[in-house]
Design a protein around this ligand. Structure first.
Ligand code: SAM
Ligand code: SF4
Length: 447
């Protein structure tokens, strides 16, 4: 196919990475990226279904495309991702100008569907199983120096609020050799940082075996193997499930030089009653105990989390428990969410859905508390000298946005090339970023 494409991505890193694969497929077929919507011959919405506002956004966006399609009937509109998997046929019922609906397991058939839809009209593929890992597809990566590497799509848990298992299916671990080959290939092309992606990375391996043996590879084994790839400077991973954060994973993080000192450690709630209703298998004291253990092994580690406010039946007492755990855990940052009922999940039909006003009021209190803690945690960085990896220019154009190993953003008052490493001395702090001076410009050139 010739022409240009535009991809709009919603949701998590997994979707961002799938979009790189979608772009890679379109490019491999002769297309190039479009500058804007008006100039595009293919528009792809790669969608998210995790909360209800994602649904509303998709249908709003599709509404905007209707007049464009009327003016330009050759425009191909694709809806991909989790909402495509969830809403299936109803997308084209509500928006008949959508040419292709493609679910999370069907990416390899994208080009075929696009071609056939020109002759046959609107098409949909929302099969239930993946035959080919998306990693086998070409990728148009966003950055030249860092990359996402999918290690285990899908999830075997059944947290009662979560739609992910319904739209992404069960966990499927990629063979360790495939993952290593991808990482080595990326490094050969100049990548210095990889992020291993999965819904529950630390259960990686329980559905595959090590070649030539019946042993199952563990996430800690994978971390050690990836850590050994020469030329790689940083390894990240997201997200681990607290329950599966075993001692060998902690030991691997502590012992692997390239594995960064940062974990995303989703709490969800600080109330044992709510955790049980969420079907999260840990309890608050266990969670805090694990956090202590991790911090003892890796004292400088940065910790972020996810918290849901207003789960059905959450009382003020439950919410106080969450505030208390947040106070004790001293997260560097938190993604805070208002509970959103998702069709097909167990929590959506539970009694005692909490009113919007109560959820909003609790949410505001939680955000205020976490802002205070994030401010205090950031202030501890003042005067330190930290290794940063340059990500790109700031919007102002005269400075640089970079990231520490602990996942903090540092704005540097020096223009440096993306992909460069530098040492930054922290001169000022804010809850969500730091300001720094360049100490060592030696690494200002790309490594
Ligand atoms: N696999 C990760 C884990 O186990 O924590 C999380 C994956 S999910 C894509 C990201 C976050 O979205 C969750 O940690 C949760 O806090 C939030 N989330 C999921 N379902 C939600 C819902 N129905 N309402 C509000 N937030 C939700
Ligand atoms: Fe959703 Fe729970 Fe699986 Fe995370 S572990 S993706 S929250 S079901």
């Amino acid at each position: 196919m010739t022409g240009t494409y535009l991809i709009r991505t919603f949701g998590c890193q997994m979707n961002e990475h799938d979009s790189e694969r979608i772009g890679g497929l379109l490019r491999s077929d002769g297309m190039s990226p479009a500058d804007d919507l008006e100039g595009a011959s293919v528009v792809v919405f790669n969608t998210c279904a995790i909360r209800e506002n994602a649904d509303n956004r998709l249908y709003g966006n599709l509404g905007h495309l209707k007049p464009l399609k009327a003016r330009n009937p050759g425009l191909r509109i694709v809806v991909a991702g989790c909402l495509a998997q969830k809403d299936r046929g109803s997308i084209q019922e509500r928006a008949p100008w959508v040419d292709v609906v493609i679910g999370t397991h069907a990416l390899p058939s994208l080009l075929d569907l696009l071609r056939r839809s020109e002759r046959e009209g609107p098409l949909m593929d929302v099969r239930e199983h993946t035959e080919t890992f998306p990693s086998a597809l070409p990728a148009a990566r966003h950055d030249a120096f860092r990359a996402w590497v999918s290690i285990a799509p899908g999830c075997d848990n059944a947290c009662t609020f979560c739609i992910v298992p319904l739209v992404r299916g069960p966990q499927r671990s990629r063979p360790i050799g495939d993952i290593l080959a991808e990482v080595q290939g990326l490094v050969a092309r100049g990548v210095v940082e990889v992020t291993l992606l999965g819904q529950n990375v630390n259960t990686y391996g329980r559905d595959v075996t090590v070649p030539g043996s019946s042993r199952r590879p563990l996430f800690a084994d994978l971390l050690r193997e990836v850590d050994g790839v020469k030329g790689l400077r940083r390894v990240r991973f997201t997200s681990p499930h607290p329950h599966d954060f075993t001692e060998d994973v902690i030991a691997a993080i502590a012992g692997c030089e390239r594995v960064c000192e940062h974990i995303h450690f989703p709490l969800q709630s600080g109330s044992d009653r709510v955790l049980r209703a969420m079907r999260r298998s840990y309890r608050r004291e266990r969670y805090l105990g694990w956090l202590d253990q991790i911090r003892r092994a890796v004292p400088a580690i940065g910790v972020s989390t996810d918290i849901i406010v207003g789960f059905p039946g959450e009382t003020e007492r439950d919410f106080q428990d969450t505030l208390e755990v947040v106070e004790r855990a001293r997260f560097d940052s938190a993604y805070t969410f208002q509970y959103s009922p998702r069709p097909g999940t167990a929590a959506a039909t539970m009694d005692e859905q909490i009113s919007k006003e109560v959820v909003q009021e609790r949410f505001d209190r939680l955000v205020t508390l976490q802002e205070r803690i994030s401010t205090e945690r950031a202030a501890e960085q003042l005067g330190r000298t930290l290794e940063v990896l340059v990500e790109g220019g700031d919007r102002r154009g005269d400075s640089t946005r970079s990231r520490t190993r602990t996942n903090r953003i540092v704005h540097l008052s020096a223009p440096l090339e993306p992909g460069a490493f530098a040492q930054a001395r922290i001169t000022a702090t804010a809850p969500h970023h730091l300001m720094g001076d360049l100490v060592d410009a030696r690494a200002g050139a790309r490594v």
